[in-house]
Design a protein around this ligand. Sequence first.
Ligand SMILES: [Cu+2]
Length: 314
Amino acid sequence: MAAIRENILASLQVRDKFLDAMIALDEPNSGVMASDLAQFLQTNNLPLQMSGREQELSSYDLFIFWHVLAMSMPLAVGNAAHSGPIFLPWHRMYLIRLEEMCQEVLEDANFGLPYWDWAADGELPRQNQWRTDLWSSAYLGEARGAVRSGKIGQIQVRLVQNPQTGVLLSVEPRPVIRDSGRSSLAPTLPSEARVAAALDQTIYDRQPWNENAIGHRNELEGWIQGPQLHNRVHVWIGGDMGPGSSPNDPAFFLNHCNVDRIWEEWMGRHGRIYEPGRNRGPQGHRIDSQMVAVIGNALTPEQVLDPSQWYAYN
Ligand SMILES: [Cu+2]
């Protein structure tokens, strides 16, 4: 049976399960050491450097590693997970694998990741946007500063990407850090009108397939007059949501689940159509390109275009 993905504010049960799963996955008991990842990068000649303290990592940390790695793999257009058509399918695969891991630790095969409908909060007055229930100890904890309250207060950050050098650092475990609503680039959350504009786009993606392309993917990723939508939520939260290690903040998954939900809505309206197809468009972004995977089998955009075998949105 497929999982149902719900609004995190709509179900206390889903909220609790999500937070419990985050904590459980963050236990540093994966059997993988920081030096194992550094070794893996070297052996496979991958374009990512890693340094810092030796420590055992959590399963959660492997998702951080995966995201940073994909982001560090440049393609003719964007990278293996961003700034091109692959952005939406790659993050869909990534969330599917996280959802599966949550289901395992929760022993609940029907658990679905929750989403955060950020555009609803984007309609609030600016000063209220970072003071909603979501940023309380019952949900995600503090909107600003070190997150020490509630269940997310237990989450430890161990892998951080240096935004200047791109190096992935294994650091002394510390809390998640946020700086919500203080960025001059994104003083407010995305608006409903902006989501509607992304849904109105009739083309999924098109040439030049990058941050300048006119289409649904680029509207939703948020480069057009950016930061908008997905990008804007990263910038608005700030702190750990900034660099490539942004999945360190569980808010990352709520953001991306909402992004994926909007993409689903778009496909419901315009058809399950992905561009570019086979043998055309930039390498690594095609419908039959194998996406970069650290956990689970590498899938293609074509294989995730219809997610109904895994989940549906409520
Ligand atoms: Cu990403």
